[in-house]
Write a protein that binds this ligand. Structure first.
Ligand code: AMP
Ligand code: GLY
Length: 459
């Protein structure tokens, strides 16, 4: 009997938990969570509530439970070295060591790696550890993006037009970032459509899962502040309406080169998930960032489609035998919509910002999959806490049908909730396709790129 430890407490981990317990090998699931997720708890043998910055606490639980291997969901425990601590205790994990998790935790590490190994996909960029030279570099860029070095809980990236408007403001922000972070990456603002390509990696072989598009903005029509992700979709042909097979192959080729570069650079094989956040631009596929874990919500799109036993994938990642495992995903479309408290994502001082928990009731949700996130189960029912509450997923032959299933299920969740009704709908998909068409047409009419600078300096 295989005993699997799952670390994490979100909807992504609820989907991972489901993929684990679905295995025909009938594993026993042991869960380590920051706060109790009733969905994960309901399929777990034993639950331990602890801190993600306490790898020793995870190891103690794993030892006591006699765990065979661990699966790490979120970035926080990776950044605190949970995989290293488990390895010292002789327990393997699906997830990179703390040093290799720099792929996500250090924007400068990743940008420099691509540059050093001549891997395509970097925008024009420079890393700074001091204010010297920042002002001159800002003048070289048409549009600016600032990225603090270090884990920022997904809230650290600042984009011109959204978070600041002028060069002067960008400079002031850089100086501010340098007060609290070891460095800041300043880079060219890219324009295009984003997609997530989540891959399993055993150190040598990189296996892709279907591409997904997330929706970060809080409100319909891509308006409002950025969030952890309000929902996502994937298409039955394992492409996206604005993304062809060549572009997916370009993203995968970059990830394969990065896996190889990490091995050459550190001497350590990367074992875990390499989630490439890419953007297809007028000049091809560019890398926005890597995450060292599955995406949330994107995990909820791909895991329900998985036909290969998830335990076999975990073992292949750990043993380095991914090359001999065929990973199969059902050819179906998925639409995930996050149900959130109405005030989610609003500034703290906004009168409708969420501050208290509210009760919700779930009616009939035929055909939909529900993954709990920030949900508290109390004797009198389910309560939302302050973050994203529940991922609702429709899986069907077409995007239209998957969207209909997800939307109907969201409608059956009663309480002070909100969601994005536009995710996965025809008008929004058409807008994405049109955006790409316009960018490509612009490229043809200008005879090339507007942002073709390719030189960049490391530290
Ligand atoms: P987050 O997930 O909060 O770290 O935000 C990352 C988001 O910032 C991405 O999803 C993009 O929308 C945006 N972003 C990051 N880098 C760039 C870039 N070079 N050009 C344009 N947008 C970017
Ligand atoms: N969906 C974005 C993330 O998981 O970081």
């Amino acid at each position: 009997m295989t005993r699997v430890l799952l670390i994490g407490n979100g909807a992504r981990e609820h989907a991972i938990a489901e993929a684990i317990v679905r295995s025909e090998q009938k594993p026993r699931l042991y869960s380590f969570m920051k706060t109790k997720n009733p969905g994960i708890a309901s399929v777990s043998e034993v639950v331990c509530i602890g801190r993600y910055d306490d790898p020793a606490g995870v190891v103690a639980f794993a030892r006591k439970a006699g765990i065979d291997f661990a699966v790490v969901g979120p970035e926080e425990p990776l950044g605190h070295g949970v995989v290293d601590a488990l390895a010292t205790a002789g327990i393997s994990a699906v997830g990179p060591t703390r040093s290799l998790a720099r792929l996500e935790t250090s924007k400068s590490f990743t940008r420099n790696l691509l540059k050093k190994y001549d891997i395509p996909g970097n925008p024009h960029f420079r890393n700074f550890r001091s204010p010297e030279g920042i002002e001159a570099f800002l003048d070289e860029l048409d549009g600016i993006v600032l990225k603090p070095d270090g884990l920022t809980d997904g809230k650290g990236v600042m984009v011109e037009g959204d978070h600041f408007q002028t060069r002067k403001e960008a400079l002031a922000l850089c100086l501010d970032i340098l007060k609290s972070h070891p460095g800041v990456t300043v880079e060219e603002k890219l324009e295009g459509e984003e997609f997530s390509l989540q891959c399993f990696c055993d150190g040598r072989t990189v296996a892709a899962t279907p591409p997904v598009q997330d929706h970060k903005r809080r409100f319909t029509g891509d308006r409002g502040p950025n969030t952890g992700g309000m929902g996502s979709y994937s298409a039955a042909d394992h492409l996206l309406p604005f993304l062809d097979a060549d572009a997916v192959a370009e993203g995968l080729a970059i990830t394969r080169k990065v896996a190889e570069a990490i091995r050459r650079e550190t001497g350590v094989p990367y074992k875990g998930v390499m989630y490439g956040g890419f953007m297809i631009t007028r000049s091809g596929v560019k890398l926005i960032e890597y995450n060292a874990r599955l995406g949330d919500p994107e995990a909820m799109n791909i895991l329900p489609l998985l036909r290969t036993d998830f335990l076999d994938i975990c073992r292949a990642v750990i043993d380095g035998s991914l090359d001999s495992l065929k990973i199969v995903f059902e050819k179906k479309a998925t639409v995930c919509k996050y149900v959130v408290p109405r005030g989610y994502g609003l500034p703290q001082d906004h009168p409708e910002a969420v501050s208290t928990s509210s009760r919700i009731e779930i009616g009939e949700t035929p055909g939909a999959k529900l993954y709990y996130s920030s949900i508290d189960q109390r004797p009198d029912g389910l309560y939302m806490t302050t973050s994203r509450a529940m991922g609702v997923v429709g899986v069907a032959d077409s995007l239209a049908e998957a969207e209909r299933i997800a939307e109907a299920a969201v409608g059956a969740i009663r309480g002070p909730v909100d969601h994005r009704p536009d995710i996965g709908t025809e008008p929004l998909l058409r807008k994405r396709v049109q955006h790409m068409k316009e960018l490509k047409a612009e490229k043809r009419s200008t005879g090339g790129e507007t942002c073709g600078k390719t030189t960049s300096d490391g530290f």
